[in-house]
Design a protein around this ligand. Sequence first.
Ligand SMILES: Nc1nc2c(c(=O)[nH]1)N[C@H]1C(S)=C(S)[C@@H](COP(=O)(O)O)O[C@H]1N2
Ligand SMILES: [Mo]
Length: 392
Amino acid sequence: MRLVPRETDFSGWLRSPRVAARVGVWLGVCFGVAFITGLISHVAYEPPGWLTFPTRPVSLYRITQGTHVVAGTMAVPLLLVKLWVVYPKLFAKVPWGDVRRLVVHGLERASIAALVAAAIFQLVTGLANSSQWYPWGSFSFRDMHYAVAWVAIGSLALHVAVKLRIARAALASDVNSGDPVGGVPDVEAPADSSHGLTRRGLLRTTWVAAGLAGLSTAGISVPWLRDVSIFGIRSGDGPQGVPINQTAVEARVTAAASKASYRLEIVNGATRRQLSRADLEAMPQRTEVLPIACVEGWSASAEWGGVRLRDLLAVVGAPSESVVAFVSLEEDGAFNTSELPAQFSDDPLTLIALRLNGADLSIDHGYPCRLIAPARPGVFQTKWLSRIEVVA
Ligand SMILES: Nc1nc2c(c(=O)[nH]1)N[C@H]1C(S)=C(S)[C@@H](COP(=O)(O)O)O[C@H]1N2
Ligand SMILES: [Mo]
């Protein structure tokens, strides 16, 4: 018995370049979709100077982030099958005798190692984040997930380029063929193929698994799929029909948010106003249907009632196109402030919400008042507002 097996020890006929290419296509699609929607999320978080993130459709971030999480989840079974099909290549013969081939072999292996490591890292950290499990303490999920996304997509592009010829030939030929494809040997079907999994059977099982994985999370953003999404957390339950990300108790704002002396401070340079909740209620009220869409993928649409931000800014004489900072009563916490770009503060749909789904905002949803703007990541919909300040 050898300690390390050889590639040729794995003779299963399911481990075919024809199977690997077919699973690879859909894995590539999932990673591509996750990459693009991930970039959109990144831009929504930190818009570069040259780009103005749109405020319509109001569900834009809800759609892109829901798609991101579903694509990532569907990639999990695809990646597992793909790795199972190709892992005997780990034991491929190293061409020690030929320097040129050795270099090519080494480069190819290094790029595959980067691809596999980055893919696993992205799926594990993404799944952990979307199930609100943060085992990484102080390291920033967002920075790491973003940086490694470039490693994943870069090494994926390289991998596709290297394999393009073989993959195209594999895809163009019958999946059950045992003929060499693109210069790579394949395996003949066993003489007795009446039992055991066929290549088509394996592929079908893989598609079903990916579909189920997608369905298991899609309900976090698609209301009519809620009941099938067994892994979907925060699927529309919570006070007033909307999930809660962080409660008032967790944010330690209960006392400050319940005080009768509560005032919302509005600041524009030297001009300051202090408004009680009753003052806010006395202003013209608007009702808008807008979603809360968390980066974790869950989202829920709701009817918000309150004062247009535009109207409030007018009280302190703020010009249009103002960039506005929001500060929460919450004293420390990663999400206790946010900055609203000009296109959102001008938008007639952007509200300082006092009501949710026909009732006063519950304290967990941000009472006395919170920000709700269209097409924004949930993390910027600051709850328990204490101050609104024009900063540019
Ligand atoms: N002050 C404050 N505002 C906050 C948060 C927070 O932790 N503190 N969480 C944000 C996040 S991440 C989301 S997704 C939304 C969720 O709003 P909800 O709890 O009312 O559904 O609130 C946002 N506003
Ligand atoms: Mo969130």
